[in-house]
Write a new protein. Sequence first.
Length: 403
Amino acid sequence: MYEYAVLMAWVEFAVRWVHVITAIAWIGSSFYFIALDLGLRKAAGMPDKASGEEWQVHGGGFYHIQKYMVAPDRLPDDLTWFKWESYATWLSGFALMAVVYYLGAEFYLIDLNVMELAIWQAVLISVASLVFGWIAYDLICKSPLGRDNTRLMILLYALLVVMAWGYTQVFTGRAALLHLGAFTATIMSANVFMVIIPNQKIVVADLKAGRVPDAKYGVIAKQRSTHNNYLTLPVLFLMLSNHYPLAFASEYNWLIAALVFLMGVTIRHFFNTMHAKRGMPWWTWGATAAIFAAIVALSMAPMFREEEQAMTPAAQRFAAAPQFEEVVGIVQGRCAMCHAEDPAWDGLHWAPKAVHLETDADIAHHAREIYLQAGISHAMPPGNLSWMEAEERALLVAWFRSN
């Protein structure tokens, strides 16, 4: 069993590494082509069907790039396709979710206080939600509502907010935000696999057959590519959020996620406007900072509410005379079965993140982590597997604040 645990830990590490590498490749190429497209300019001497060109310098060399809105008269023999970055990112991401959240569903996916689910039910809901996301998004894009880009983006935002709330009603906070990221990333990758690349292949086939390609395929592909551009930064935030309990374990986690999507729009609007040479909309950074401040405030809201509760007689007693022995009893009873030199929880062979909470010295040393993970947020115990009570969390908060 120990050897299996070590092997699975390295499998997770390897898959995560691949996922990060492929995501960097996809995001890098996506951002590059958006910047290139916005920076293209019409110039004298260009081929008739070319819509714009740009000169670039990189690595000691000069590059002269021209874009054809539909296609050139003659298709070159060597045509580079940008698609495998997207496919590999989604496949490695789904594999990572399976390794961490499906095989570790009891710890990371299911919270019995949120919804009592069997592991197979939770996994089924997870997979079905990703499929639903693509179908709903694609139908909206293809409907009459999708003809107006602004209206379409508003509808997409509404869908994402609803899903953010919905995930928090089913899974742990950690899994909810991670799934919202996977939900969005599935839409982005499916855009490439189901729309952008097929449309480009239609154009290529028409050129090879001597037909004039229909410009609509390029327009549709450009619309989906633009959506991907605005969704990229929120996905990165959501994928990283599982390391930060003040985001995923907050009772306002779904609202935090909703604000993150707005923050992604303001940041990308600045860079897209700059690349299009339409000025520097510095106001977007102020808007981004304001949104981020709102996110921080939401994560801190329980702290202020608990300070108000500290004015009650029971809370005043906690703050005035915290009982360390009681804290030790709570932590050893609710946390130490995992956070030990020899974990008692079945399937664990070492303490998560090497944090031990067995002795008085251990608990005192990790006071801040206990406060953040089990007091202010509900990140620990994962899925509240040991049924830590609200009164116990309040005592942990009072103990930390009195020291």
